[in-house]
Design a protein around this ligand. Structure first.
Ligand SMILES: NC(=O)c1ccc[n+]([C@@H]2O[C@H](COP(=O)([O-])OP(=O)(O)OC[C@H]3O[C@@H](n4cnc5c(N)ncnc54)[C@H](O)[C@@H]3O)[C@@H](O)[C@H]2O)c1
Length: 272
C-alpha cells in the first residue's frame, strides 16, 4: 500500500499516451495515484498503462477523442466504474503534430481547419472533460482540475495562432472552476509550461528558445510533471484559480535581455 502524497487518489490525464502527459502519468503513479491514461491514440494509451501496471501501479488505458462529448462521457463513466472516484483531472491533451503545426500559421496564412481543430481539442476538450469530471468530484466534495497552458497563450509570436488562442482561453478555466465550485471543495489551476521539447525542432530554434530561458537548459518532462503532482496533491490545498508558471523564466524578463547579455559579454562584464 503506497503512502505517497497521492495514495488512494485517482487521476485522469488526457493526452498521456506520450510526451509530457506520459511523464505526468508516471510521476503521479509514483506518488501512489491510480491513473486513467487517456489518449486519442488507444495503443499508446494502453502501452503507457501497461508499463504503469508492470511497475506495480493501478492504471487503465482508454482511447478517447477529448473533442467528442460522447467519447468523454463514456471515458468518465469507465473511470468511475473501474476506480469508484476521480480526484484529479489533468487537461493535458493538445493537437501538436507536425501536420497541425504546419497548417496553424500566422493569421493571414491560417488554415481554418487547423484553427478549428486546435480549438476543438485544446479548449473544447478541456471544457468537456471538466464538465463531466467535476460532478464526480462534487460527490466527494474534493478534487483538483489542472490545465496545461503555454507562454504562447500570454505573448504574441510568429505562428501557431489557433494553438496560442486556445491556450490563452485555457487560462480562464481555472478561475471559473475556482469561482463556481471552490466552496464545494474543487480547486482549479493551470500550469504555464516553458519549452520541454517533445517533438523534433530545428537546432536554430532550440538555441533561440534556450537563450530566452533563464535556466541553463530547456525544461524536462520531469520538471513539468513535478509541478502537476504538486497541484494534484494536498500540498497545494490553498492554491486555486491561478496559473502557475513553470517556464524557466521565459516570460519573466525584458524583451531586450538576450541582446543585453551578449553586449555585457562583449564588454567583458560578468554576472549576466
Ligand atoms: N512540450 C512543451 O514544451 C510544451 C510547452 C508548452 C505547453 N505544452 C503543453 O503540454 C501539453 C503536452 O504537450 P506535449 O509536448 O507532451 O505534446 P505531445 O504532442 O507529445 O502530446 C500530446 C498528446 O495528446 C494526444 N492527443 C492529441 N489529440 C487528442 C485528442 N483529440 N484527444 C485525446 N488526446 C489527444 C496526442 O496523441 C499526444 O499523445 C500540451 O497541452 C501542450 O500544449 C507543452
Amino acid at each position: 500500500m503506497s503512502t505517497g502524497k497521492l495514495a488512494g487518489r485517482v487521476a485522469i490525464i488526457t493526452g498521456s499516451g506520450g510526451g509530457l502527459g506520459a511523464e505526468c502519468a508516471r510521476v503521479l503513479a509514483s506518488h501512489g495515484a491510480s491513473i486513467a491514461v487517456v489518449d486519442i491514440n488507444g495503443d499508446a494509451a494502453e502501452s503507457v498503462a501497461e508499463s504503469l501496471r508492470s511497475a506495480g501501479s493501478q492504471a487503465l488505458g482508454i482511447r478517447t477523442d477529448v473533442s467528442s462529448e460522447e467519447d468523454v462521457h463514456a471515458m468518465v463513466a469507465r473511470v468511475k466504474e473501474r476506480f469508484g472516484r476521480i480526484d484529479v483531472l489533468h487537461n493535458n491533451a493538445a493537437v501538436l503534430d507536425a501536420e497541425q503545426r504546419q497548417r496553424d500559421r500566422d493569421l493571414c496564412n491560417l488554415d481554418m481547419a487547423a484553427w478549428d481543430r486546435a480549438i476543438a481539442v485544446n479548449l473544447r476538450g478541456a471544457v468537456l472533460c471538466t464538465k463531466h469530471v467535476v460532478p464526480v468530484m462534487l460527490e466527494q466534495s474534493k478534487g483538483s482540475v489542472i490545465f496545461a497552458t503555454s507562454g504562447l497563450g500570454m505573448q504574441g509570436d510568429m505562428s501557431l495562432s489557433g494553438y496560442a488562442t486556445s491556450k490563452a482561453a485555457l487560462m480562464m478555466l481555472p478561475k471559473l472552476v475556482a469561482a463556481q465550485y471552490g466552496k464545494r471543495g474543487i480547486r482549479g489551476n493551470a500550469v504555464q509550461i516553458g519549452l520541454a521539447p517533445q517533438h523534433p525542432l530545428p537546432d536554430a530554434l532550440l538555441d533561440i528558445m534556450r537563450d530566452n530561458h533563464c535556466t541553463p537548459e530547456l525544461g524536462t518532462p520531469r520538471q513539468i510533471a513535478d509541478v502537476v503532482a504538486f497541484l494534484a496533491s494536498d500540498e497545494s490545498s490553498f492554491v486555486t484559480g491561478t496559473t502557475l508558471v513553470a517556464d524557466g523564466g521565459f516570460s519573466s524578463h525584458t524583451p531586450s535581455l538576450v541582446e543585453m547579455r551578449k553586449l555585457f559579454e562583449q564588454m567583458g562584464r560578468t554576472g549576466m
